[in-house]
Write a protein that binds this ligand. Sequence first.
Ligand code: NDP
Length: 298
Amino acid sequence: MAELIDGKNVAEDVVRRVKALTAELLGKGALKPGLAVVIVGEDPASQVYVASKSRTAKECGFHSVQHTLPAETSEQELLDIIGELNADPAINGILVQLPLPSHIDAGKIIQTIAPQKDVDGFHFINVGKLGTGELETAFVPCTPAGSMLLIERVRGKDLSGLNAVVVGRSNIVGKPMANLLLAANCTVTIAHSRTKDLAALARTADILVAAVGRPEMVRGDWVKSGATVIDVGINRIAAPEKGEGKTRLVGDVAYAEAATMAGAITPVPGGVGPMTIAMLMANTLASAYLAAGLKRPS
Ligand code: NDP
């Protein structure tokens, strides 16, 4: 059976380290790292994520502010708030919770965030830095950054010559994940909905990352023996076995099947999910170190 990659545990390690480095930063006379989370509207899932981000920020010893705006907030009002946060020296990281209501152009909002405060790593400057291998100064999107840390725990930092297949090509997960694996010297293939014979392609992967959004799509016989499998997917499905109307979370990988083939695998929940918030804290800390004129912690 595969080794279970415990994302909750690794995320706790990251948060502990961020907390310690925050204390060190304060000891040098710098301001607390400041994270501003902006949420527009009342999407219940977004409310849960945002509450969890703000709670973890406080746990890290950050200055944490939350802007909870009504769904009818205009694009200009949101742009004005971003402008104020960009100019505020107490704020190092700005996160606008997506999705935004349809009358607001999310792309425009993201590109308005100052690149040095773009702790989600979605601004073109940060996307470009990652794409050109400028990893020292880029803010990398949190989910792929966290997935990479989990891969490193199993395989080490140098992944030279390993075949990596990333299923999914979103700007938030698939593409940045592929760039990180490329920077670590993997031979990378990105698969998507038009890819032919995905199962055969997946079987070539020493590292297989699934970021699709389709419950348990990756089957056990798609997995090469000994492969590292990272399941980014979070899907809620009906669970009649738990009672009427009950649901449960599953990933994009059929875990029980894949675990019989893989060398190591992330569970859902408790794999990649907890890493995303931990990496948001790490990015905010890095931004605070840079703002204080210090070297960013590695
Ligand atoms: P998107 O919907 O933006 O992208 C999904 C990708 O999967 C697309 O590139 C799409 O291809 C591809 N795809 C869809 N169907 C198939 C198929 N049948 N075969 C092959 N490829 C397919 O999703 P995200 O990248 O935002 O998220 C992916 C998953 O990760 C979701 O379950 C999401 O909930 C989860 N997630 C988890 C996070 C975490 O913190 N753990 C954070 C972010 C996301 P095409 O481009 O051709 O349409």
